[in-house]
Design a protein around this ligand. Structure first.
Ligand code: ARG
Length: 266
């Protein structure tokens, strides 16, 4: 529980403090250490311009996905609560955050998952002052796609304790079943099985990391269209062996998300 709390607090206040809690003894790899994990998301490669057009970057240091052109789906732990909010800047339509072609919008209202208390229910919606003119990402409405190989993407750290990225990075991670995930011990023992979904490689090396939170985990559906199955939520460190990434199980909340979006006028 303490690790979970620490990770979440660090993420919520943004990139500036991210280096602090990564300095857990024995966990941080020195920059450029060849024995450390390979770089990017962790273990990823740069995404192509337009490859994941629904991806957005949020100014508090999180990711998100366009649920509608004027509604972003992100993590509850990335926002402070529900209500009117004009503090969040949203950047979309680019892989390079400094690209002059970036589309920018500002939050008008935030809806954090009802009942969110730091365990499970890690989703929130952000209403924008204007649409971002990009394709949206459909959310999974059943758990039929909670299996196989998933895509992850984000501008977060490329290694535990690493810096935020200007270029969007991507990687693939396989599904991990709840029993295996719980057996990872520590905070994983408190996995909320209905509400959380795990993914990662047993030997580690590929994962989301600090600053990727709120971004989507997605895959193709049977029709060949992108479908969001997860929201980056937490993990013990990043890409450690036997320590999977934990994602909000989107299908479990699909009906709630739809209702919430309706309340935001989406
Ligand atoms: N809570 C982190 C954030 O706010 C995401 C951590 C994901 N960690 C992981 N090992 N998959 O950015």
């Amino acid at each position: 529980m303490s690790i979970l709390r620490t990770v979440k607090r660090g993420a919520a206040v943004g990139a500036v403090t991210l280096a602090a809690f990564s300095l857990t003894p024995g966990t941080a790899f020195a920059q450029g250490d060849p024995s450390g994990p390979s770089t990017k998301i962790v273990g990823g490669t740069p995404a192509e311009q337009g490859e994941f057009p629904f991806m957005v970057r949020l100014s508090m240091g999180c990711g998100g996905a366009l649920y509608a052109q004027d509604i972003v789906l992100t993590a509850a732990h990335c926002v402070d609560g529900s209500g009117p909010n004009t503090d969040i800047q949203v950047t979309g339509g680019v892989v390079d955050l400094d690209d002059p072609a970036a589309q920018k919008a500002t939050s008008t209202e935030v809806l954090q998952a009802p009942g969110y208390d730091g365990t499970g229910k890690d989703w929130a919606l952000i209403k924008l002052d204007k649409p971002i003119d990009q394709p949206t990402l459909k959310i999974a409405e059943t758990n039929a796609y909670d299996n196989g190989e998933f895509d992850i993407a984000g501008w977060g750290a490329d290694q535990e304790g690493g810096s935020q990225q200007q270029q969007l990075l991507k990687a693939k991670v396989p599904f991990i079943d709840d029993a295996t995930c719980k057996a990872a011990g520590g905070s994983y023992g408190n996995l909320v099985e209905d509400e959380e979904l795990c993914a990662g490689l047993e030997p580690g090396g590929v994962d989301t990391c600090q600053g990727d939170s709120g971004g989507p985990m997605f895959r193709k559906d049977d029709a060949g269209e992108w479908l969001q199955v997860g929201i980056v939520s937490w993990g013990e460190g990043c890409a450690r062996p036997g320590k999977p990434g934990v994602y909000t199980e989107v299908s479990h909340f699909a009906a709630d998300i739809k209702t919430a979006a309706g309340q935001l006028g989406g």
